[in-house]
Design a protein around this ligand. Sequence first.
Ligand code: KIV
Ligand code: ZN
Length: 512
Amino acid sequence: MSKDKLIIFDTTLRDGEQSPGASMTREEKLRVARQLEKMRVDVIEAGFAAASPGDFEAIRTIAETIKLSTVCSLARANEKDVRRAGEAIKPAASGRIHTFIATSPIHMEKKLRMSPDQVVDAAVKAVKLALEYTDDVEFSAEDAVRSDIDFLCRIFDAVIQAGAKTLNVPDTVGYSIPSVWGERIHSLIERVPNSDKVVWSTHCHNDLGMAVANSLSAVLAGARQVECTVNGLGERAGNASLEEVVMAVRTRSDIFPVETRIDATQIVPSSKLVSQITGYPVQPNKAIVGANAFAHESGIHQDGVLKHRETYEIMRAEDVGWAQNKLVLGKLSGRNAFKTRLKELGIELTSEEALNAAFARFKDLADKKSEIFDEDLHALISDEQSVMEQEHYKLVSLKVCSETGEIPHAHIVLFENGAERSAESDGSGPVDAAFKAIESVVKSGSDLQLYSVNNITSGTDSQGEVTVRVSRGGRIVSGQGADTDIVIASAKAYLHALNKLHSKLERAHPQV
Ligand code: KIV
Ligand code: ZN
């Protein structure tokens, strides 16, 4: 039986990035976009062009680079946003504008202060304007879950007539349940004139833990695009997780009349990259990409799996990209091998100078750690990119004394705007002492909200990757640092976050 194509629309770089502290630099976004292209995602929502000049530039760079996926920008249904989105996607081989407006009574009255007629008018105008830039225009009815179905039919009919090709039905607040959501999609497809001329899409949030289930129910009801994020990243409880949607459809092909073009072996590498760049760890028992997703702990399960793997396994770990954690480079690897492997990982350093600096760090790391894995290379490049980002504060050196029965003490030397500054501090542990010494120089006045350490690969010689999240005046930023010495990794992560706070880059939130 021939199957319909299910379009995978990834919004890790837009909705995912709206998670507190998950904002990415242009280089980081480009690395994720390259990985999404490698995974053969159909549409990459690269950002919200009107949010800030930085977001605009990131989308434009992605549009210039990505060839095998459609590159999309979000735009509120107003002239300025749509024009910014249109300019940002201009260089794309295939570009889409995704315009949206809220349609629920509560959003129209309290947030937009617009009448239903004004909302329909704005949606139609936005779609028509977007068509001046691309013929691939998507329209979303924000908060469709709490919108009146008759009004949804009216606005969807109007935007189809205006020329929208994809109609997205979001459960913005994660309120629905699978049977109700499937029914809503079904009635829209039944009732809206010319519904067979467009692609119906769904976009579900996970507030009640049902984003994937609701998305799949929408697919059974006729949706042919699912909007999702890697690791289910996203504001609050996140979005539908890409890997779960893709593998559900594939594993239960007896139930779903659709197939995706995703290269599933790129799922785990994508998950690791997104987690590493955003600092959002993946819970060990997370389906598909959690460290324990394929680990059989109990003796009975192990016995079964060894005799015949399908006794307990419905998917193969290698099919989703586990066990690709291969040794890639070592101490004797040359500059060329290093450059080639980076390219295979979708990392292209922009200048010879950047490549030389990264190679020097690689050699340093290889002296401390004989086996270098892909994950080490990603962490190394992230570290290198944060150093290249014209940082205000740079770590020069850190000395920490930690001894049984003694109070830990740290001595730090930083560059601030080219001038050397040093400080010392005691602390309850070596990391606390280092952070206090840093804060006594930086005087950021920020609160540390999260501190976590993970080993990048296995073994005690592994690099430790530290993530911190700090907040000041309602702004939340995260920082990452990696090193075989976890106190140094911690200082790097803290400085990375403080540099972001210092940069004061403000961006608009599309839904506020
Ligand atoms: O959740 C939502 O409604 C959105 C829209 C902008 C599509 O993210
Ligand atoms: Zn959303």
